[in-house]
Design a protein around this ligand. Sequence first.
Ligand SMILES: [Zn+2]
Length: 346
Amino acid sequence: MSPHRLLASQFTPLLNALELTVQGWIGKHLSYAGRLELVRSVLFEVVLHRLTSICRNFLWTGNIGRNGSALVAWKFLCLPKVEGGLGLFDFKARNRSFLTKQLWNLHLKTDSVWIRWVHHYYLNHEDVWTIQPHQHSSPLWKSILSVRDLLSLRCGGTRETIQLMTTWDTNAGPFLAHAYQFLRPVGAPISWHRVVWEQWSLPKYSFILWLATLGKLRTRDRLRFIPIDPTCVFCRQEEESHSHLFFLCGWPNRLWSLVTAWLRLSRTMHSLSSALRWLYPHKRSMQARMNRVSLGLVVYLIWEERNRRVFDGNSRDVNIVFRRFQVLFYVIFHFHERDHSLLQVG
Ligand SMILES: [Zn+2]
């Protein structure tokens, strides 16, 4: 969430954890070829698995060693923003795209020592598209053939796979990027990403709005598996759900009324999805941008107030929170106003 570029020293805990994984291998007793094989395949798989779990733990708990429950599945986070995710790298798909590239090099019989070696020792005049791995084949070789079978299954046959990979090799863009696009997790396209990830907003507001849009914040209706009072901390009457907390309940509703009257928005918004539909996802005017910023800001302030009441037992009057909204609104507005005016003039 830092607005600044991360320093190398901030990655130290993550790198230390990876070093510990690598140190576990008895590297000194292996030949160069043996170590190369480990780096290429087994070690890479282990590191990918570890890397995913480190990143997941860090994102949801702030501690790489703590395995907390994730609010959103890692696979979903790796979807692009236009499909609802965060556009993170899917390490598994990236690894598979590297293996796909090796498969393609074997098909083309690219001139390299490794390809010649594989053709000589593994293929021995057999076809890379039909050969089956032996029980004692290397993990790398098994992985390549496993990716081959996956591609063939998705494309509907070997001929179709070769046709597709030929287009990857000739079309604009590197082969690996095409392969990754084909192998990455795919979700349904959504239209709200431009509102949720409004460029003028702050990442911390956008992130809470993104979780609220997905219905993934830990509201009390989602915690039925633990013995907890499910009623809303604002009204103490209704069950706390996303739709109740962010629009229907009295206190949040009064905050919305104050904000919409101040912004001179005539439309009454009854739910997060209707607000997301309405807030001009394609308009880049200052007004449209600040309306989108306001949505994220109000959702953030409601969630912040809810947490103050639940965890600290403190509650604030809605007018005080509205004034906080105005201050934050002006800070963001003045930060961008000058650049926007210059852009308009230019
Ligand atoms: Zn309520």
